[in-house]
Design a protein around this ligand. Structure first.
Ligand SMILES: [Zn+2]
Length: 246
């Protein structure tokens, strides 16, 4: 798991001696190029290129292109003043959020544990659920690969009882037996025609909801570093302009 506070610390340590070493701008048309470097000792270079609605950060930590075509984002420097928000800004990446987010097994495991603990605390999980989750999910050996992991978690059930009900009011009275329930639904729909729609309702038991919506991706180290670099570079630029004006 990437520790974002640690990345901020690294960034601050990396640019202690850095100043603007090249600058080229057409302020009226919002075309800007900035380069930041330090005396020979440092390999770290930050470069910033901006044109209306676009900003590219480049240099020693890789390049990332942001674009936002809203009326108030003609000057993209305005989007990067203040708090560093890598997660939020990822939506402006031309290559998409997926280009900087990786599957993070530790985030998934933490979410599984939290979800299970909550279910036990709220009293709706059947007894023994903790052990089952540990053995069949956490220790399944399938969590290293994202697709396998999401499937294993999404399909996990413990003590589940279901009832099948049709739009006509008929129901499978033998609730709880999965194979018989499926047979009943097929038979009922075949015998009564297309207007009959059987739905499945979960009466009790434990499973994981909305697994596809869980946040199980952490942001790329260099991307987060460069987000700090943008905010820092823009503030350096602002300070330099203020100095010139005064
Ligand atoms: Zn029916």
């Amino acid at each position: 798991m990437n520790d974002y506070a640690r990345i901020a610390e690294h960034f601050n340590g990396d640019v202690t001696n850095h100043t603007i070493t090249a600058q080229c701008e057409d302020e009226d048309d919002l075309f800007r190029y900035l380069r930041f470097a330090a005396p020979k000792t440092s390999m770290t270079v930050v470069e910033l290129v901006a044109w209306p609605h676009n900003l590219v950060i480049a240099g020693s930590h890789g390049s990332f292109h942001f674009a936002h075509y809203a009326a108030d984002r003609e000057d993209m420097f305005d989007a990067f003043r203040g708090r560093v928000s890598p997660d939020h800004w990822a939506r402006m990446l031309v290559n998409g959020r997926g280009s900087v987010a990786q599957y993070d097994r530790s985030l998934l495991e933490a979410r599984i544990r939290e979800y299970t603990r909550e279910a036990i605390r709220e009293g709706w999980a059947p007894r023994g659920v903790g052990k089952a989750v540990t053995e069949d999910v956490l220790e399944s050996g399938y969590l290293d690969d994202e697709n396998n992991a999401v499937r294993v978690v999404g399909e996990f059930q413990y003590g589940v009882k279901e009832r099948r009900e049709c739009s006509c009011g008929a129901a499978d009275e033998d609730a709880g037996r999965y194979d018989q329930g499926v047979m009943w639904a097929i038979r009922h729909e075949r015998e009564n025609g297309k207007t009959h729609k059987v739905r499945t309702r979960q009466l009790e038991g434990f499973d994981f909801d909305d697994v596809h919506e869980w946040n199980i991706h952490s942001l790329d180290y260099h991307y987060v570093w460069q987000c700090h670099a943008i905010v820092w570079a823009v503030s350096q630029y602002d300070a330099a302009r203020k100095a010139v004006a005064a």
